[in-house]
Design a protein around this ligand. Structure first.
Ligand code: HEC
Ligand code: HEC
Length: 258
């Protein structure tokens, strides 16, 4: 008898847990679905003219663009705080959507879309490629290390800048060129995974596509721009060497510091 009561209790608790779980699940699904529908609407009106109604990067406005809108079907993203081969975090997508991509047609949506619309369009965007179902492609974004104090110490700064220039000459000059204009000996005939011809970025421009703060440079140089010849150097260089390269990139804009 005692065994029976115990069994009944276990079943009853089990059923109870299942039910509350199911209710919560259904609620979460409903919210996800609502977000998805809102996102689909935002995408259709704000993004599809360039990125295409199916997210293939072939919307009517894309014709003739030199830097073409991303094809979201491939699930490969340039602007990430995650290592090469991984998907961007929601924060990465949010940053690109809010700030846009300087020097390309990708607009700044920080003012024209609400936070809720941006969140929803991110949900929608993550349904456009099967890669988002692969847990092996998801990871946390890098934590940016603190900026070294030598940026503000004139003598020390010069020493690190000189070291950075040595590294730049060894590795980066081949593509980006001596003056950073993107005209190095290896700059010709480069393509990206979307089969478009790409040139190494002109690092002397006042605003770069992936952002122009030291934090943005750190992220880009460490993690690279997936799908393009710009690989991530985070596993090659120590943090200090990356900061030194950032000093070089900044100096390319200011000829007076040469
Ligand atoms: C006027 C054209 C245009 C519109 C409208 C537009 N985009 Fe873009 N988008 C682009 C272009 C061009 C790029 C490629 C930039 C590059 O490769 O550096 C891009 C890139 C992106 C990226 C970066 C992908 C990566 O590789 O990291 C994201 C994310 C993105 N767009 C999302 C959106 C969303 C969401 C909307 C709508 C709310 C939108 N875009 C609307 C043109 C557009
Ligand atoms: C094999 C060629 C190649 C090498 C080597 C290379 N890059 Fe790049 N880099 C590129 C290309 C191509 C792009 C532009 C990718 C795109 O947007 O399609 C780029 C983009 C960048 C950007 C982002 C520019 C922007 O507009 O956001 C930075 C910063 C950068 N490179 C710095 C470096 C540094 C520092 C080194 C040396 C450690 C380096 N690169 C080595 C090819 C290269």
């Amino acid at each position: 008898m005692a065994v029976r009561v115990k069994l009944f209790k276990i079943i009853a608790i089990g059923v109870l847990l299942c039910c509350t779980g199911a209710v919560k699940c259904a609620e979460a699904n409903r919210n996800d679905f609502r977000g998805y529908l809102q996102g689909r609407h935002v995408f259709g009106s704000q993004c599809a003219p360039c990125h295409g109604s199916r997210g293939r990067g072939d919307g009517p406005w894309s014709e003739g663009m030199t830097v073409l809108p991303r094809n979201f079907r491939m699930g490969i993203f340039k602007y990430r705080s995650t290592p090469m081969g991984f998907l961007p975090t929601d924060d990465d997508l949010r940053r690109t959507i809010k700030k846009g991509v300087s020097g390309t047609a990708m607009p700044t949506f920080g003012k024209s879309l609400s936070e809720s619309d941006i969140t929803a369009v991110i949900v929608y965007l993550k349904n456009l490629s099967h890669r988002w179902e692969d847990l092996g492609r998801k990871t946390n974004g890098m934590i940016l290390p603190e900026e070294p104090s030598w940026f503000a110490e004139s003598e020390n700064y010069k020493k690190h800048l000189a070291r950075g220039r040595d590294t730049y000459r060894q590795i980066c000059v081949n593509c980006h060129g001596e003056s950073g204009k993107g005209d190095g000996p290896g700059s010709k005939g480069l393509t990206n995974v979307w089969s478009h011809v790409v040139a190494p970025a002109n690092l002397a421009l006042p605003h770069l596509r992936s952002g122009s703060t030291r934090q943005d440079f750190f992220r880009t140089i460490s993690m690279g721009l997936d799908g393009t010849p710009m690989i991530g150097f985070g596993s090659v260089f120590r943090d200090e060497q990356i900061w030194e390269l950032i000093a070089v990139v900044e100096s390319l804009k200011k000829s007076d510091r040469k």
